[in-house]
Design a binder for this molecule. Structure first.
Ligand code: GLC
Ligand code: CA
Length: 582
């Protein structure tokens, strides 16, 4: 018995308790567009250093940095040419260490992007590998004499010919992003050594890029013909050795108090569970994509009208499936998706929908991520010509689909889908260059910066920014919102999203209207006739009542007297019910 106890203790100390990430929330920085500290028009780590107080004040507990490493920027940092340095445009390793130290002193954690499915074609490993078949790096990448029929995500077919070597290399993303050969044990050793390099510096964890793609099926068989991209995905998504390889990486993390969130494009709950639970657990959380498809199919580029029912289905599917078993990563925006107000909210009801969207996801069970600019409600940019866009996948989509459509129509699709919309410079002030830089920014500033900016929102108590702060504080201080079980009400309602978070003794009911007009909210059964305390509302106290808005639009008021009856456009509320009240 004693032996067993001792064993358990030992086991525990080998696997440091990492649940710290569960009550946290993260802020994501895509550094190029965050804040320019040295005046060359490009965001950098000097800018980040000066903004750490701003980030802390938002109420987050950690930062995820999109890649900061040297990169030819074919995919803005996701094509790494040196894993052990900082891109000179963003600063130096010393400057990164300063940021890390200051963040730690302020009580914030830092996680880094770990991009190991591919490197840049300018990485020294690839420069060697392409020289021939008998150098130490020749098997670091995936080379074939004849290509299979796979498509790449970003640029036509997934194979590129190198005359020097007389072979083709695989690139699931851009041509300048050759896929690493993870079956080669030397490559896995490199990955582990890169991880140790970061962890030894004091980094607290990783966001692991397209991590479910890193193990390819042996023999690289052809995919289903004429099914673009998806036709070959079954040969590399959740590939044959994925859990074995991630298990090796997990071992490295276990030696530190390190946390891992993986990005899982096209992942399903069933496959995600294999990463997130059980003896072979290899990730703490996974970024899934289902809920990013409520206004599109497979990719934002194939646009569909927004469907709240589809969004709710995706939210609830993940909430129910992981309940009590694993932990969700919650997000509505990142550097890969257009701005959420422009998609699921309303640019017209900017403040209302921006704050409501915050409520819709921050109080689900999981760890929330907030992407730079989301907290002030930045929206999509509409550039006038395709030449003005810089993202490789945007150009690919433009060239590949609907080429016979008139230019305006093709551009409209770009406006709805481009990743560049999430990559415009952060809007700090209403002044020159939106306060992002002294000099001309590297990319277009959204012209709405005169209205939507940090400085203006700091001053306005009902701004989106101040609302995010309230939400994050409320989440942190309300046990039911952190740990309570999730249950959705009215899943088929096309305008309303209602969910409860329940702990014994305390229940929160979250109600969000996704409608641009007043709607009546019937209380779900367990709450009828109960007196809940309104703990959060995104309309200021003195705002007109829904009934008055209704009169204005000359709609009939039914049961207007019913408590909590009518919700104003994009209104969101959270009620708390104490023990015995439901
Ligand atoms: C991930 C990144 C994205 C990048 C791609 C290829 O999806 O988030 O920005 O383009 O991987 O690395
Ligand atoms: Ca700079």
């Amino acid at each position: 018995m004693k032996d067993q106890e001792q064993k358990n203790e030992q086991e525990k100390s080998r696997q440091p308790e990492k649940d710290w990430y569960k009550s946290m929330s993260f802020y994501q920085i895509w550094v190029r567009s965050f804040a320019d500290g040295n005046g060359d028009g490009i965001g950098d780590l000097y800018g980040v250093y000066d903004k750490l107080e701003y980030i802390k004040k938002l109420g987050v507990d950690g930062i995820w940095f999109s890649p900061l490493y040297p990169s030819p920027n074919a995919d803005f940092g996701y094509d790494i040419s040196d894993y052990r340095d900082i891109h000179p445009e963003y600063g130096t390793l010393q400057q990164f260490q300063k940021v890390l130290e200051k963040a730690h002193d302020m009580g914030m954690k830092i996680i880094m992007d770990l991009v190991i499915n591919h490197t840049s074609d300018e990485h020294p490993w690839f420069l060697e590998s392409k020289k021939g078949r008998d150098n130490p790096y020749s098997d670091y990448y995936i080379w074939r004499d004849t290509p299979n029929n796979w498509d790449s995500m970003f640029e036509g077919k997934a194979w590129e010919y190198v005359p020097e070597r007389g072979q083709y290399y695989l690139h699931l993303f851009a041509k300048k992003q050759p896929d690493l050969n993870m079956d080669n044990p030397k490559v896995r050793e490199e990955v582990k050594s890169i991880m140790r390099f970061c962890l030894d510096m004091g980094v607290d964890g990783f966001r692991e890029d397209v991590i479910n793609f890193i193990s390819k099926r042996e023999g690289l068989p052809d995919g289903i013909p004429f099914v673009p991209v998806l036709g070959s995905m079954m040969h590399y998504k959740d590939g044959p050795h994925i859990h074995e390889y991630l298990g090796e990486f997990r071992k490295v993390c276990r030696q530190y108090d390190c946390f891992q969130v993986g990005e899982g494009p096209m992942t399903t709950v069933e496959s995600a569970k294999k990463y997130l639970m059980g003896p072979h657990k290899s990730l703490d959380m996974m970024f899934s994509f289902d809920h990013m498809m409520a206004d599109c199919m497979f990719t934002e580029y194939i646009h569909r009208p927004f469907s709240l029912v589809k969004l709710k289905k995706a939210f609830s599917k993940w909430q129910y499936a992981l309940a009590g078993k694993a932990w969700n990563a919650l997000y509505l925006e990142n550097h890969d998706h257009p701005r959420v107000i422009s998609r699921y909210g309303s640019e017209h009801f900017h403040r209302e929908s921006g704050t409501m969207l915050a409520v819709s996801y921050l109080f689900q069970q999981g760890t929330p991520f907030i992407y730079q600019g989301q907290e002030i409600g930045m929206t999509n940019i509409r550039l006038k010509s395709i030449e003005q866009y810089v993202d490789v996948s945007t150009h690919n989509n433009y060239r590949k689909y609907h080429v016979k459509d008139p230019v305006e129509k093709r551009l409209e699709r770009i406006h709805l889908s481009s990743r560049d919309s999430a990559r415009t410079p952060m809007q700090w002030t209403g002044g020159k260059n939106a306060g992002f830089s002294e000099n001309r920014p590297w990319f277009y500033v959204n012209p709405n910066y005169t209205k939507i900016n940090v400085e203006a929102e700091e001053k306005d108590p009902s701004s989106i920014l101040n609302f995010y702060r309230r939400c994050l504080k409320l989440r942190k201080t309300t046990e039911a919102l952190l740990w309570g079980t999730y249950k959705e009400y009215y899943p088929a309602d096309p305008n309303l999203y209602l969910y409860e978070r329940r702990l014994p003794g305390s229940v929160c009911l979250v109600i969000c209207s996704f409608a641009g007009f007043p709607v009546r909210v019937p209380m779900p059964k367990p709450f009828r006739g109960k007196r809940g305390k309104l703990i959060l509302c995104n309309y200021p106290k003195n705002a007109p009542k829904a009934e008055n808005l209704l009169r204005k639009t000359e709609q009939k008021i039914e049961n207007a007297a019913v408590a909590h009856g009518w919700f104003r456009p994009y209104e969101a509320r959270v009620y708390q019910f104490e023990e015995g009240e439901t």
